[in-house]
Design a protein around this ligand. Structure first.
Ligand code: ATP
Length: 539
């Protein structure tokens, strides 16, 4: 039963007028409670606010349940003082009728004492105790935390007349702020380890409510993962955690494939902006003439081809985060415009004549040495100082080889699909450990994904690695350094063909190893002058 069904609402003009007046009072009350709730980051602080919440919602008892992100179980996160013998560890299945009924209803649901005591529905054990303490009904409302977790607010009332439409209105308006506060509490109270490490074999899980089944073992799709246990990566995770809640613009540096985008996703995910979009722009991938309209949007007819108004990435990211990847490739003219946006916090669409206020956090990333780019005159120093207040530098995989086994495990699992994850032979593991990983984690992931595809056994015994100039364990590796891209490509294709015994297609053919269609390889060979009877001279 909803609260509206429980109480009749007057509809004569006087009643409507009263309701409008009441609404204004409501809004003031609501602003007051929101201001009190906003800074909350701990359960202890929530506890201290009980009186204010009670004044606002009039409840005699309050509890908060939270479900794990897989929606397997839910358990008690918080409850107001009650003599009810409730256990913090009470964990219940998300399949129970109480949980299901709550998450399916957009309205707060009223459960009368008789219904709770009848026991033909499954309610948390604490509800029965709360009724025995004199509460006549419990009102429950489900809400989302961080877009990932279901939580349920339950309020016990000793006097049924306190349950009226005004309460429904108050609960509905209280819930969004409560969701943000619970999100902040979870972020704050979760240890850095649990928050940012998702190793399948993660050793010590934090105690308390976070230990519920499934909680902390976040799903691949829902939460960005930064795998690694090395000191270097632990330090990075602490930095990410530290900066996530700040509003600082950030610069993330590191070689290609070191996880700059992953780091950005983590920062956004754990920031207060996580409910708003994270928008990515790769400054190197867009033609310089199009970047301006891509970033700031354009008005219809502002240039030939602008057939309709386009909303730029800044506007799309409003309230959220804009990730400017490869910022080192942003043309100088655009750098000046970006600087202006950062200073003035407003944009102007191309061909437009009004300033649009923008609330966006900027995270920039580059594999270039931006300081050197500044010295070379390719990057504006004022923009550099503006975005590099808190630079984060991701280590290369070579610098943290101890993470390789963890990453291998992670990718074997990630790319197993429906099948049981494959193992790796000791020899292959040793070889992977010695590789210099110029393409860092991206290269490792591709190598593993490809090996899984090419191996029919349950154990991967062979692995195809990119040529590795720094690897000293094998001598017949060509020197690919200091040559033109075309030469490099030719040499590399020759080397792969040589290792594939000139086989172009098929599972062990060169095209599969290169990750391109056989027809593309053939046309590349033609273009690069590699005949069918090629010879590989650097053997
Ligand atoms: N620590 C990590 N744990 C798990 N996966 C990772 C980690 N770091 C990177 N990856 C994976 O490696 C790949 C490359 O990562 P990402 O795109 O974040 O790198 P990048 O530094 O932004 O690369 P680029 O500079 O080329 O854009 C992605 O598939 C990502 O999921």
């Amino acid at each position: 039963m909803t609260i509206m069904q429980h109480t009749a609402v007057g509809s004569d003009p006087q009643a409507i007028y009263n309701r409008i007046q009441q609404r204004e009072i409501e809004q003031l009350a609501q602003i007051a409670i929101q201001q009190k709730m906003a800074p909350i980051h701990t359960l202890a602080a929530l506890d201290l606010l009980q009186n204010e919440i009670q004044i606002f919602l009039g409840q005699n008892w309050l509890s908060l349940f939270i479900a794990d992100n897989r929606e397997v179980n839910y358990s008690l996160l918080f409850q107001s003082n009650s003599k009810a013998k409730t256990s913090k560890n009470e964990s219940r299945s998300c399949k129970d009728t109480f949980f299901k009924e709550c998450i399916l209803s957009a309205e707060p649901i009223l459960f009368r004492a008789s219904e709770i005591l009848k026991a033909d529905k499954s309610f948390p054990a604490s509800f029965v105790h709360v009724i025995q303490e004199g509460n006549k009904a419990i009102v429950s409302k489900a809400f989302r935390v961080h877009d990932h977790y279901w939580a349920i607010l339950s309020l016990g009332y000793k006097r049924l007349e306190h349950i009226d439409p005004r309460l429904e209105y108050r609960i509905k308006n209280f819930i969004p702020q409560l969701g943000i506060s619970i999100g902040n509490i979870l972020m704050h109270e979760r240890s850095a380890h649990a928050a940012l490490t998702n190793m399948p074999s993660s050793p010590a899980q934090p105690q308390g409510f976070l230990q519920n089944e499934g909680y902390g073992k976040k799903s691949e799709a829902s939460e960005p993962q930064m795998i690694g246990e090395s000191d270097l990566i632990q330090a990075i995770k602490s930095q990410l955690k530290m900066v996530a809640l700040s509003e600082m613009n950030l610069l993330i540096q590191g070689e290609s494939g070191t996880g700059k985008e992953v780091a950005t996703q983590i920062i956004h995910h754990f920031s207060l902006r996580s409910a708003r979009p994270l928008i990515k722009v790769n400054c190197a991938a867009i033609a310089p003439t199009l970047i301006e309209s891509e970033l700031f949007g354009h008005e219809k007819g502002s240039f030939s081809g602008a057939v309709k108004r386009k909303i730029g990435k800044f506007e799309q990211a409003h309230g959220g985060t804009l990730f400017l990847d490869e910022i080192g490739d942003l043309p100088l003219t655009l750098q000046a415009k970006l600087l202006r946006v950062l200073q003035e916090k407003e944009i102007e669409r191309v061909g437009g004549n009004k300033n649009i206020p923008i609330d966006v956090r900027i995270i920039c990333a580059t594999h270039k040495d931006l300081q050197a780019e500044v010295k070379a005159g390719n990057f504006r120093s004022d923009l550099y100082y503006r975005i590099s207040a808190f630079p984060i530098t991701l280590p290369s995989l070579r610098e943290r080889r101890e993470d390789i086994p963890h990453l291998i495990q992670h990718f074997l699992l990630k790319h197993a699909g429906e099948n049981p994850p494959k193992q790796m032979s000791k020899k292959v593991l040793q070889r992977l450990h010695l590789h210099s990983w110029p393409g860092n984690i991206r290269e490792l992931e591709h190598v593993i994904a490809r090996s899984i595809l090419l191996t029919e056994d349950s154990t991967i015994k062979k692995i195809a690695l990119l040529p590795d100039a720094d690897f000293v364990g094998e001598s017949k590796v060509p020197d690919f350094r200091l040559q033109t891209l075309a030469n490099f490509e030719k040499e590399y294709i020759l080397w792969v063909l040589h290792n594939c015994k000139a086989r172009i297609s098929g599972p062990n053919g060169a095209a599969t190893i290169l990750g391109i269609p056989a027809t593309t390889l053939q046309s590349k060979m033609k273009k690069l002058g590699i005949g069918k009877k090629f010879s590989y001279s650097k053997e």
